[in-house]
Write a protein that binds this ligand. Sequence first.
Ligand SMILES: [Zn+2]
Length: 320
Amino acid sequence: MIETMRGPLADDNLGATLMHEHIFGLSPEVHWNRPDLPEEWEIERRALEAATRLNEIKALGIDTIVDLTVIGLGRFIPAIERVAEQTAVNIVVSTGIYCADTLPPYFGNKGPGSLFGGEDRMVEFFVRDILEGIGDTGVKAAMLKCVVEHAELNADIERLVVAISRTHELTGTPITVHTDARTQSGRAAYHALAKRGVAPDSIIIGHAGDSTDVDYLSELADRGLWLGMDRFGIESVSGEERIATVVAMCERGYAERMVLSHDAYSFNDRVDSAIVAVRHPNYHYAHISRDVIPELRRRGVTQAMIDRMMVENPQTILSS
Ligand SMILES: [Zn+2]
């Protein structure tokens, strides 16, 4: 059984799954101090909008999304509950921390080696989110997330990786690591997690698909890691390059190691949606279903490979 916003779901009912999406990206401290935010955050309106977008992809054959919004990105489960009530798409939520190089002070200022000392709170938080539920919602997280952007881990990122590894050891929850293709930090993420006993088949190298280096990607896949080809629609790498990379990896036999997603948001107060719509016109939940999968088929990727990436691999990862 896999925990979702609607409670436990049998893993063979996950269906086609987008493994790295977001629903709401929020900046709560900004909202507290500027309720009349120009981006116009309003729960009911934004929840209906998100549910409408999810219902569109349900009609296109997507059954489940994994929302990788964790602490640092404005996770707010009561808003996701309003979305889940209005869509048939299953929503899996996650726990962990997103930060570039420095832990949020709530966590970073506590713990061994920190200036103010005391107990490290991260494992306690993550385990609670997984076993008891997030806040008072009863909604349980089913994916862990951390960040490794550089070849060398600084002290804060090291602490985060240790906490994520320990939580994985206690709960078995799979891990998505936000990595940077430019530094090929998937390698560092692998070594840091493997050193703490995490098996590669419990690790998704997030944003692997920002790389067009099929040798780097093959190296990660050969270690038994999962590759997140998860930013379709973000024009840091062109759609053509993203598709060509997936095709090349399929030709090398790696459909069995890849998952596909967009890293899209329904509402994200950290971007200007009007500019994003112009610069990244395909950056939305429906791009893979509408454009990417038909193009993969045209280029010889078989239905069996597509099912592997969209259905079987997510099921294997989430049920592990
Ligand atoms: Zn993301």
